[in-house]
Ligand binder design. Structure first.
Ligand code: SF4
Length: 250
């Protein structure tokens, strides 16, 4: 198994992480426990970080225990969620998530995740109502669990695909595993979180939808898509990858 892991490692990933950290800094980790991180992620998803944090603080002030939040009326939560996208959906989802955790685990906490493998914990979290695989991965990476779990969403997946970090056609749900298999086996949760954070910043600033601004990209010399900026890029084509590999080995 070790042989296979070594064989599939992507030598560019440490360089990619180093350049992303130099350009966009390291991921901020608030050291919340897994339950607080989960509820924070659901609340803040899609919102500006400052807005998400402010609403989460307000939520905690009004509902100081998980039991009270579990029993909250969705219409009362919705009133607290002003400024958030999908606030009606989030207001319905949060009590449902807490009820599901209690029903499955018997307690209003996520302490049992510490005893589970990262893959099993991700699957357990993603089975909760309204919790995506991306949110589940982020909970594992950014909470005190500090698991090496890559959070992938519809934005940061774009540079991953353009960089060729996963095979062409890989569905969103399979991208984290593909990328993580290429990462050094000893990468920490903090490093995986910084990779996810840096690729998110890259996607927002230079690797946008449509035509990316490759000339400003810190990863341009590592990217097989960088010579095709006139096209609307999804994946580098097989020809582009071959040409890129030949150029790099020349
Ligand atoms: S070089 Fe261009 S396509 Fe590649 S990651 Fe950077 S911005 Fe995206």
């Amino acid at each position: 198994m070790q042989t296979s892991l070594t064989f599939t490692q992507n030598a560019d990933l440490p360089v990619i992480l180093d350049r992303l950290e130099r350009s966009y800094g390291r991921a901020t980790r608030h050291k919340r426990d897994a339950m607080r991180q989960l509820i924070f992620m659901v609340v803040a998803q899609g919102a500006a970080p400052s807005v998400g944090l402010a609403v989460f603080d307000r939520l905690q002030a009004v509902y100081p225990s998980w039991a009270r939040l579990r029993d909250a009326e969705p219409r009362d939560l919705e009133a607290l969620f002003i400024g958030l996208p999908d606030r009606e959906k989030k207001a319905r989802a949060i009590p449902e998530i807490l009820k599901a955790i209690e029903a499955e685990h018997g307690e209003l906490d996520l302490d049992h995740l510490a005893e589970m493998s990262t893959d099993a914990a991700r699957i357990w979290l993603a089975a909760l109502p309204g919790v995506s695989l991306s949110v589940a991965s982020a909970v594992l990476a950014f909470s005190t669990l500090e698991r090496p779990s890559l959070a992938v969403d519809r934005e940061n997946v774009r540079p991953m695909r353009r960089l060729g970090l996963c095979p062409q056609g890989t569905p969103l749900s399979a991208v984290p595993r593909e990328v993580m298999e290429g990462a050094p086996a000893d990468w920490s949760g903090a490093q995986m979180a910084s990779l996810s954070h840096g690729l998110g910043r890259l996607a927002a600033t230079v690797c946008q939808r449509g035509k990316p601004a490759c000339q400003r990209c810190p990863l341009m010399t590592l990217c097989p898509s960088s010579g095709h900026v006139a096209e609307v890029l999804a994946f580098p084509s097989a020809e582009a990858r071959q040409a890129w590999a030949a150029k790099r080995s020349a």
